[in-house]
Write a protein that binds this ligand. Structure first.
Ligand SMILES: *Cc1c(COP(=O)(O)O)cnc(C)c1O
Length: 370
C-alpha cells in the first residue's frame, strides 16, 4: 500500500545549483591519476528531503560540501541511517554506465524498512544517480578497473532526543573516484576468524546496509589487523559455528567439481556482487548452493581437497581471493596460496561486463549519462 502511494507521487523535478568552485581540469586530472578509494569527492552531491507530512521533496543537485545539522539530529544519537554503494564505469566509447542500480534501490528500501526510515521510490533512486553523474561526468575515470564510486545514503535529521523514528529525513548521493583496487595485480588475502565478536544476531540489522553494522565490526577488524589479516570473518551469533560474512563482503567456497557454496543466514547482507557471480557461474553450467555452512565443513573440505578455492565479493573490490583463514587455534589454507582459477575467471568476466568489454546477457548495465 505504502509503495503504491509513493509510486503515484509525481516525478521529482531536480533543481541544479552548479558549484562555482568546482575543481579545475588540471586539479581533477591530478586526482584521477591516483584517486585511491574514498578520499576525494566530486564537485556536486544530491540532496532530497523527506518529511512525514510532505513526503519526498526539494530534490537538488548542489555543490559538494558540509551538511548543516542540529547537534540533536537523531542520527548522531541513535544511528538511524542506511546507505548503498555502487559504481559508474566509463566504457571505451566514453559512455557512462552503472550496474544493476534497481537492485541497490530495492535493497535500500529493505534496509530503510528495517531502520524505520522512509522508502525512496526506485525510480527516484535511479534518477538521483543519473542527475549526479551528468553533472560530474568528467569525474568518471577510464581505463583498467577505475570507476566512480557512488554512495547514496539516508539518515534521520530531525532534531529530537526522544526515541522514535524521525519525521525528517534526508537522502544524499556523493561520488568518489576509485582507482584499481589491486594496482599491483589481484593478490589473495588472509582473513581473521572473529570468535569474540558477532556482526549481527537473530532479529538484528545484519541484512540491512546500515552504519551500525560497520561500527560493531571495527574492533574485530582491528583484531584482524593485529594478526596480519586484511579482513575479518564473522560466525553466527548463537552457536558460533556457521559462516556469515566478512565486515563488508560476502564469502564463497568453491568445491573441486566447480560448485559454488555460500552461507545462508537471515543476518547476512544480500550482496549484488554475490548474486551476479552466482548467476555467471550458473550460466557456465556450474551448480550453486546457498545453505548453512559450518567452519568445520570449510576446514575439513580444504584438508581433504574437496574445497579448492575461496573468495570474498562486494562492489568495492569485486572479487578478492582468500589465501587463508586464521583463527586463534587453527588455520585453513596457507598465506602464499595462489588465487583460484575459477575465482579469477569469474572476476574477469564480471569486470569485463561492467567495463563494457563483454556482452551483457542479463541486461545488468544501465546508461547514466544519456
Ligand atoms: C555492501 C555489503 C556487501 C556487498 O554487497 P554488494 O552489493 O556486492 O556490494 C556485503 N556485506 C556487507 C555487510 C555489505 O555492507
Amino acid at each position: 500500500m505504502v509503495i503504491q502511494l509513493q509510486m503515484a507521487t509525481q516525478d521529482l523535478n531536480f533543481q541544479t545549483f552548479r558549484n562555482e568552485n568546482a575543481k579545475s581540469d588540471e586539479e581533477r586530472a591530478e586526482i584521477l591519476a591516483n584517486p585511491g578509494f574514498g578520499k576525494f569527492f566530486t564537485d556536486h552531491m544530491v540532496d532530497i528531503c523527506w518529511s512525514e507530512r510532505g513526503g519526498w521533496h526539494r530534490p537538488r543537485v548542489q555543490p559538494y560540501g558540509p551538511i548543516a545539522m542540529d547537534p540533536a539530529a537523531a542520527v548522531l544519537h541513535y544511528a538511524q541511517e542506511v546507505f548503498e554503494g555502487l559504481k559508474a564505469y566509463r566504457h571505451e566509447d566514453g559512455s557512462v554506465w552503472t550496474f544493476r542500480p534497481e537492485s541497490n534501490a530495492y535493497r535500500m528500501q529493505r534496509s530503510a524498512r528495517r531502520l524505520a526510515l522512509p522508502e525512496l521510490p526506485v525510480e527516484y533512486f535511479v534518477d538521483s544517480l543519473k542527475q549526479l553523474v551528468r553533472n560530474d561526468v568528467d569525474w568518471v575515470p577510464s581505463g583498467g578497473e577505475a570507476s566512480l564510486y557512488l554512495r547514496p545514503f539516508m539518515f534521520a535529521k530531525e532534531a529530537f532526543l526522544g526515541v522514535r523514528p524521525a519525521t525528517k529525513v534526508n537522502y544524499y548521493v556523493i561520488a568518489s573516484p576509485a582507482g584499481d583496487y589491486f594496482p599491483g595485480g589481484v593478490t589473495p588475502v588472509s582473513i581473521w576468524l572473529s570468535t569474540d565478536y558477532s556482526r549481527a544476531g537473530r532479529g538484528g540489522m545484519g541484512a540491512a546496509k546500515t552504519g551500525g553494522n560497520y561500527a560493531s565490526s571495527l574492533v574485530a577488524q582491528q583484531e584482524a589487523n593485529e594478526h596480519g589479516c586484511a579482513q575479518v570473518l564473522f560466525l553466527d551469533s548463537e552457536e558460533g559455528r556457521y559462516l556469515e560474512e566478512l565486515g563488508g563482503m560476502n564469502i564463497v567456497l568453491v568445491h573441486k567439481d566447480g560448485t559454488l557454496l555460500t552461507p545462508e543466514s537471515s543476518s547476512i547482507l544480500e550482496g549484488i556482487t554475490l548474486d551476479s557471480v552466482l548467476q555467471l557461474a550458473r550460466d557456465r553450467g556450474l551448480a550453486t548452493e546457498q545453505r548453512r555452512v559450518t567452519i568445520d565443513e570449510w576446514r575439513e573440505g580444504v584438508e581433504s581437497g574437496d574445497i579448492t578455492e575461496m573468495f570474498a565479493c562486494g562492489t568495492a573490490a569485486v572479487i578478492t581471493p582468500i589465501a587463508q583463514l586464521k583463527a586463534a587455534d587453527f588455520t585453513i589454507g596457507s598465506a602464499d596460496a595462489p588465487a583460484g582459477e575459477l575465482t579469477m575467471s569469474l572476476r574477469q568476466e564480471l569486470t569485463d561486463i561492467q567495463h563494457g568489454r563483454k556482452a551483457d546477457p542479463h541486461e545488468w548495465m544501465l546508461r547514466l549519462d544519456a
